[in-house]
Design a protein around this ligand. Structure first.
Ligand SMILES: [Zn+2]
Length: 520
C-alpha cells in the first residue's frame, strides 16, 4: 500500500519534452513507482485525469530569508501556491549567516526590527541547524551573501580589505561552503559591495570553484553599464572556471534597451566558449527595489548614516538633486510599495507624493528616503517587455522569482506580484503560444535549476527521487497577482506536494514537510 497514488496524469518529468499518460505512486517522501497503470491501493488517491503532473518548481533566486518570511510565515504561501517546492535563499549578497558580529545582520535587515528576533546562530552550519528546527513548507537551501560576510569583517567601512582580512574572509567562505552553503551570492550594486575589486572577486571565485559551488551575481549595473558589468563577471568565470549565474538579468531604462542584443551576445559567446554561465529572469517588466539605489554611488557608499549626512549638507544635497534630475528615471510614475516607517505612501506614485508635499519629484525622493526608514521599496516600470520575454525563453535562463513567500494575511505593504505569480505567469505565456513547449517551459522551473546548483533527487520525476510534485490544469493555470493587489493565489495550481506531503490543495494545508538542503 502506497501513501499516495496519482492516477491518469499527463506526466511531464522535467527532462523529456512530451507528456506521457502515467500513474505515479509515492511511498513516504519518495517516488516509488511510475507506470501506465498502478492497481495497488494507497492511503490517498488523486484522479488527475486531464491534468499535468510536473516536478515541484525550484527557485534559485529567492529572498524569503531577508524578508524574514521563513520565520514569520513558514507556510511560504506565495511560493507553494505557484508550485514552488524548493527555494534557494541568501541571494544578492545578503544571507542570514555567517554572522561575524551584529553588523553583519544589518546587511539583510528588511522590514523586520531585529529586536524581536531570536538569532541563536553565528556560523553557517549553526544557521542551517536553526532552520532545521524551524520547519518550513518548502525545501530551503542558502547561499552565503557577500555583503553579509564583508559587513561582518569591516562594518560600514567602504575600503579594500587588508591582506589578513581577505585571508579570514576566504577562510569563513570556505567553512560556510563546507557546512552546506550552495555558493556565494554577490550584490555588486549595493552600498557594501560597490567598491569590491575584480581581484577580490577573483580570489573568492577560485574558492567557490574549488568547492564546486555556485557564484551568483547581481550585476554592478543593470542600466547604462550593463554590458561592462556582465563582462566583469564573465571574465572572472573564464579565468577561474567557476559555475556562474547572473541574477535577475535585465536592462533597465529605455535609453539603455539598445544594449540588450550586445549583452545577450556576450553571454551566448561566453557559453559557447565553455564558460558555465546561466541566468535567471522573472516575467515582469517592472522592477521592485530600494529607493536609495537611485541615488548616486558616492551618496550611498558608507551606508545609511553617511547618506543622511549628505542630505543634511545643502551642497551635497544639491548635487544629489542634479544627479536625480539627469538620471533619465521617470520619478513621477515610480510607485512606492512600502516604507519601514509608516508614512501612508504605499500605492502612491512619487508624482502624487510630490504634489502633496508641494515639491519636485526629485525632492520627494530624498524626503521619502529620509523619512521612510531603512527600507523604502518602489515599483518602476522600466523594462522592455519584448526583452523580458526573450530572457525568460532563452535557452540559458531559469525562472527565478527574486521574491519571497508572503502570506495572504500580510497585506500591510505592497509586494511585487512576482512573489505570487512568477511561475504561473510564465506558464500561461508559454501555453498561450509563447514559443516554448510545455516540456521546455517546465525544464526551466525544475531540472534546469536543479542541475545548475547540484541538487540531487529533485527537479525530475523518477523512481527514487523525492516526491516534490505539482498538479495543474493547463487550461486555467495563470497568475492573478497585480501591483495594486499582489496578495492573490494563482489559478490552476491544484495540488503541490513537498517530500510526499500535500502543502497546497487550492489553499495552503499548513503542513511543513520541507527539508533544509545542504550542498554536499
Ligand atoms: Zn538582486
Amino acid at each position: 500500500m502506497y501513501s499516495l497514488l496519482i492516477k491518469n496524469a499527463k506526466l511531464i518529468d522535467g527532462i523529456s519534452d512530451t507528456p506521457q499518460a502515467m500513474d505515479i505512486a509515492v511511498q513516504g517522501n519518495e517516488i516509488a513507482n511510475i507506470a501506465p497503470s498502478i492497481p495497488t491501493a494507497a492511503e490517498t488517491v488523486i484522479d488527475a485525469a486531464g491534468k499535468i503532473l510536473a516536478p515541484g518548481f525550484i527557485d534559485l533566486q529567492n529572498h524569503s530569508d531577508s524578508y524574514w518570511q521563513i520565520f514569520d510565515n513558514p507556510s511560504l504561501e506565495g511560493m507553494v501556491s505557484q508550485g514552488y517546492t524548493t527555494l534557494i535563499v541568501g541571494n544578492c549578497g545578503a544571507s542570514l549567516a555567517p554572522l561575524l558580529n551584529r553588523d553583519s545582520l544589518l546587511a539583510m535587515q528588511k522590514w523586520h526590527t531585529l529586536e524581536a528576533v531570536n538569532v541563536n546562530w553565528q556560523t553557517f552550519g549553526e544557521f542551517l541547524n536553526a532552520l532545521g528546527r524551524q520547519k518550513l513548507a518548502c525545501n530551503v537551501g542558502s547561499m552565503v551573501g557577500y555583503s553579509t560576510l564583508r559587513r561582518g569583517l569591516v562594518g560600514d567601512q567602504i575600503r579594500s580589505l587588508e591582506s589578513e582580512e581577505l585571508e579570514s574572509l576566504k577562510k569563513i567562505l570556505s567553512d560556510s561552503l563546507k557546512a552546506g552553503a550552495f555558493g556565494l551570492s554577490s550584490g555588486l550594486s549595493y552600498s557594501h559591495e560597490i567598491i569590491i575589486s575584480e581581484l577580490e572577486l577573483f580570489q573568492l571565485a577560485k574558492i567557490i570553484k574549488d568547492h564546486n559551488a555556485l557564484f551568483s551575481v547581481h550585476l554592478r549595473s543593470e542600466g547604462r553599464d550593463v554590458v561592462e558589468a556582465a563582462d566583469e563577471v564573465l571574465d572572472i568565470a573564464a579565468n577561474t572556471g567557476v559555475n556562474l549565474k547572473i541574477s535577475h538579468l535585465k536592462v533597465r531604462g529605455e535609453e539603455n534597451w539598445p544594449r540588450f542584443p550586445e549583452l545577450l551576445e556576450k553571454i551566448e559567446t561566453a557559453y559557447h566558449r565553455g564558460i558555465n554561465i546561466h541566468f535567471d529572469a522573472y516575467p515582469y517588466d517592472t522592477v521592485w527595489q530600494v529607493l536609495y539605489s537611485y541615488l548616486p554611488k558616492w551618496a550611498i557608499e558608507g551606508g545609511r548614516s553617511a547618506m543622511l549626512r549628505h542630505f543634511a549638507d545643502p551642497v551635497q544635497k544639491n548635487k544629489i538633486l542634479t544627479y536625480l534630475n539627469n538620471s533619465g528615471v521617470k520619478f513621477p510614475s515610480v510607485m512606492v510599495a512600502s516604507t519601514t516607517n509608516k508614512l501612508n505612501f504605499a500605492g502612491k506614485t512619487i508624482g502624487q507624493i510630490a504634489k502633496n508635499l508641494e515639491t519636485s519629484s526629485e525632492q520627494a525622493v530624498i524626503h521619502i528616503v529620509q523619512n521612510g526608514g531603512s527600507e523604502v521599496m518602489v515599483f518602476e516600470k522600466n523594462l522592455n517587455s519584448d526583452q523580458v520575454t526573450q530572457l525568460v525563453m532563452h535557452p540559458l535562463s531559469f525562472i527565478g522569482t527574486d521574491g519571497a513567500g508572503f502570506s495572504l494575511n500580510e497585506k500591510s505593504r505592497l509586494v511585487h506580484p512576482r512573489c505570487f505569480g512568477s511561475a504561473t505567469k510564465f506558464l500561461r505565456q508559454m501555453i498561450s503560444g509563447g514559443g516554448l513547449s510545455l516540456g521546455q517551459a517546465i525544464k526551466k522551473l525544475t531540472s534546469g535549476p536543479a542541475k545548475k546548483i547540484g541538487l540531487e533527487k529533485r527537479g525530475e520525476i523518477k523512481v527514487g527521487n523525492f516526491a516534490d510534485l505539482v498538479i495543474f490544469d493547463k487550461s486555467t493555470v495563470g497568475d492573478k497577482a497585480t501591483y495594486e493587489n499582489p496578495y492573490q493565489f494563482s489559478s490552476g495550481i491544484e495540488y503541490v506536494f513537498v517530500n510526499g506531503q500535500e502543502v497546497f490543495g487550492g489553499q495552503p494545508t499548513g503542513k511543513l514537510p520541507g527539508y533544509v538542503l545542504r550542498k554536499n
